[in-house]
Design a protein around this ligand. Sequence first.
Ligand SMILES: [Zn+2]
Length: 130
Amino acid sequence: MTAMDADDARTRLTEERDRLESLRQGFDDLNAESEEASLGELSSVDQHQADVGTETFNRERDLSILENVEAELADIEHAIRRLDDGTYGTCEACGKPIDDARLEAVPAARFCLEDQAVAEREARATGSRE
Ligand SMILES: [Zn+2]
């Protein structure tokens, strides 16, 4: 990978990190608000069960989105560290260069397509044992 490409990758990764961090910040604000709201609800006598259900559903959905955001953020921070130590753009499993097209589509990619497929199969296999 040329220095120009590395700069390009760093710009894209940094921008994506900033975007995800502000997304995460938004969730923090949202959680602070809904905690205040539920504290208010505790003192309310006519609390409807249906509202509580919706609230729980929304919160669980938000949490799973937040988990995705944090996972993506971790991938991107990992990719930036690899840019720093000069290993960015190579597969972590086999050490071969990752396709430019793949890096273009997924700047935080850690594996080549083949090893990505293996990693996903292993992740699914691990998941099913739980
Ligand atoms: Zn590989």
